[in-house]
Design a protein around this ligand. Structure first.
Ligand code: HMG
Ligand code: MG
Length: 290
C-alpha cells in the first residue's frame, strides 16, 4: 500500500489573506465548501488577527459560522495572541496555530514585536488551547530567507522550532514565506531543525515564488517529512512579505506526490473543481482592477 502524505489545505487563509479585492464572505464559504469535497483532513479556514493589519480576514468568524463542517475534517485558524485565540474558540476552530519567525526583521513586520516578545504572547494561547483540548500547531516563517534580514542561519529556525515544541505544538510547519529557498539550504535547515523535532511532527510550507517549491518538498520527503501545506490554485501570499507568491498549488503537490508513489487521499476531480472556484475568485480580483 502506498505511504500516506497529508496535504494541509491553506487556500481560504494563506490563499485569500493577500487578495486586494475584499472577497465577499459568501465566496469564501463557497471555497471552503468546495474544498470539503476533496478529501482533506485539515483545512485552514480563518485567521483571527487584527483587522487593521489584515482586513481580508476580518470576516473569519462569519466564514466559520457559514461553512459546512464535515466530520473527520479539522478546521484550523491562526491566532497571534489570546484575543485571537478567544475568537477562534468561539468560532469552534478544531485546531489553532501560533506563528513565529526565524528572523527579527520579519517578526517585527508581521507581528510588530521581537521573536522573544512573540513567544511570550504565544504562551497564554498555548496554555489556553491545552486547557480547552484544542490542538495547537506552530509555524516558523522565513526559515531560509527573509525579505528584511536576508539569508537565515539553520540554527535560527531550529531555535524557534524548539520554543514552539516546548509550548506544546503537536506539529511545527516550516515556512519558506517568500519562496526563495533553494533545495541545498532547505536541506541544511531541516538537518538543524530535526535535531529539535522529529520528522513526523514537522510540516513543509513552501511558497512558490521562484518555482522551487516542489523541489523543496522532495528534499523534505527525503528527510522524512510527510505533511505539506499547499493552497488550491496557488492562491495567495503574505501581506508582510512583499512580492512573495502564493503557497505551492495543491493540485501540483498532489500530482507530484502521486507520481512519486504516495497516497494523498485527495480526489483529483474534486480538487480541479475547487481550483476552478479559487481561480474564479482571483479573476474576480483582476476584474476589480488588482
Ligand atoms: P499591534 O498593533 O502591535 O497590537 O499588532 P495591539 O495589541 O497594540 O493591538 C492593536 C489593535 O488591534 C487593537 O485595537 C487590538 O484590540 C486589535 P484598537 O484598540 O486599536 O481598536 N487586536 C486584535 N483584533 C482582533 N483580533 C486580534 C487582535 N489583536 C489585537 N487577534 C498583532 C499586533 C499581532 C495583533 C498584529 O501585528 C497582527 O494582527 N499581525 C498579524 C499579521 C498576519 O496576519 N500576517 C499574515 C499571517 S502569517 C503568514 O502568512 C505566514 C504563514 O503563512 C507561514 C509562512 O508562510 O511563513 C503562517
Ligand atoms: Mg504562508
Amino acid at each position: 500500500m502506498a505511504e500516506f502524505v497529508e496535504i494541509v489545505e491553506m487556500g481560504p487563509r494563506d490563499g485569500l489573506q493577500n487578495e486586494k479585492r475584499l472577497i465577499p464572505t459568501d465566496e469564501k464559504i463557497a471555497l471552503v465548501n468546495a474544498l470539503n469535497l476533496v478529501g482533506f483532513r485539515r483545512i485552514e479556514v480563518a485567521s483571527f488577527v487584527s483587522p487593521k493589519w489584515v482586513p481580508q480576514m476580518a470576516d473569519s468568524a462569519r466564514v466559520m459560522a457559514g461553512m459546512t463542517r464535515l466530520p473527520g475534517v479539522r478546521y484550523m485558524a491562526l491566532t497571534p495572541n489570546l484575543k485571537g485565540y478567544e475568537s477562534a474558540r468561539a468560532a469552534r476552530a478544531d485546531e489553532v496555530a501560533i506563528f513565529a519567525s526565524a528572523s527579527e526583521g520579519f517578526s517585527k513586520a508581521n507581528l510588530n514585536c521581537s521573536i522573544a516578545e512573540s513567544l511570550a504572547r504565544f504562551h497564554p494561547v498555548a496554555d489556553a488551547a491545552r486547557a480547552d483540548g484544542i490542538a495547537l500547531r506552530g509555524y516558523v516563517s522565513v526559515v531560509t530567507d527573509c525579505p528584511y534580514d536576508g539569508a537565515i542561519a539553520p540554527q535560527a529556525a531550529a531555535r524557534v522550532t524548539a520554543a514552539l515544541r516546548d509550548m506544546g505544538c503537536h506539529e511545527v510547519s516550516l515556512g519558506d514565506t517568500i519562496g526563495q529557498g533553494v533545495p541545498e539550504r532547505v536541506d541544511a535547515m531541516l538537518a538543524a531543525v530535526l535535531q529539535e523535532m522529529p520528522a513526523n511532527r514537522l510540516a513543509g510550507h513552501f511558497h512558490d515564488t521562484a518555482g522551487r517549491a516542489l523541489a523543496n518538498i522532495e528534499v523534505s520527503l527525503a528527510r522524512g517529512l510527510r505533511v505539506f501545506d499547499a493552497a488550491v490554485g496557488g492562491l495567495g501570499g503574505c501581506p508582510y512579505a512583499p512580492g512573495a507568491a502564493g503557497n505551492v498549488a495543491t493540485e501540483a503537490v498532489d500530482a507530484r506526490l502521486k507520481a512519486l508513489g504516495y497516497d494523498t487521499g485527495l480526489d483529483p476531480a474534486r480538487l480541479a473543481e475547487a481550483a476552478a472556484v479559487a481561480r474564479a475568485m482571483r479573476t474576480g480580483s483582476e476584474r476589480a482592477g488588482e
